[in-house]
Design a protein around this ligand. Sequence first.
Ligand code: PLP
Length: 403
Amino acid sequence: MIQLENSVTHALLESAEKSVLFTARRPDIVMERGEGMYLWDTDGKSYLDFVGGWAVANLGHSPAVLQEALSRQASTLVHASPGYFNKPMIEFAGQLTGVSGMDKVFFASSGAEANESAIKLARKHGAVNLSGAYEIIALRNGFHGRTLATMSATGKPHWKELFAPKVDGFTHVPINDLDACFAAVTNNTCAIMLELIQGEGGVHAVDEAYLYGLRKMCDMYGMLLIFDEVQTGMGRTGKLFAYEHYGIKPDVLTLGKGIGGGFPLAAMLTLGKYDLFEPGDQGGTYSGQPLAMAAGSAVLQELLQRDLAGNAERQGSYLVKKLKELSGQYPITNVRGKGLLLAFDVPEGASTELSAICLREGLLINSPGPSTIRLVPPLIVTQQHIDDMLLILRRAFVQLQSF
Ligand SMILES: *Cc1c(COP(=O)(O)O)cnc(C)c1O
């Protein structure tokens, strides 16, 4: 019986093992369909999704507005060429600069590319305005992507020697230590780059006083302050951009993940005075690609119209309150985060097992480290979804404790 039910999945998994290059350990399921807060696998089993496509599916899975925008644009123009402007590109650029408080935007397809672009702009600024300065200060435990330069910017200790020789010119300092950052500044520094809440690093926020200090330091030395809001941007933390919580504006802002609602899209935004690239410096075949632009535009409109940042704030507070209540009963500690970028700690080594049990029980959660669980559900989540999620989580903790 079971063999028969799982035969399609079984064949797919065998085929995957044969032909998909191994890069990550994945569970023995195959996702087939998505709608709202749920994903379904090829066995027809449903999963309540608190991974949200890795903080991407802000409007939930396969939202109607995205379907409509994509099919409308696909029947008009799929791709023009990066050598020409196109209409959705200009429209979305206007919308995004309008809501972000920035002046100019460069579009890309992934967060790493947007950050790569920010790194290049910082070096261009160094070359043009700071007598050739090219060093960038970034934070330990930060995450900026998987290209060689963004891996160099990333502050994971075990990435230091990986794929050597990597891109030179990055210094890492501990988070929320202003003196350490000040001490790292040299004549050669052109920018400071950081996430306001470290996502992959386990959901750790920068302090307000620290960020204020970084802003002052950048102003003093003419360095660029770069906020990587690939994960925190587009409503995730309860405001459209996490920098609004601090009231401190960057010189360069990068966005990705939720910006396309699942369609590959990212952006690097900056101020008019840093519109410094010359022809040939930066580009990309899919920069400003019409389908991506239509997707971004539709997602942003829906986000604003339904005030999903506000919902992230409300539901996030509710979820934090409930998790703190549970911490009396279960080994949950250090509940943290803003809006719907949340995490908590479990006993060392238990996070992988806990997420595996949840998967079996029909709940998707993510463990970015051996003792950390991260929750980044779609921003459309309701109190009912959260209650359903907590019920499964409690069941999972009971099974975990029985080991
Ligand atoms: C995910 C992420 C990236 C990389 O984005 P990709 O689209 O995977 O290239 C960069 N910075 C932060 C903060 C991220 O969370």
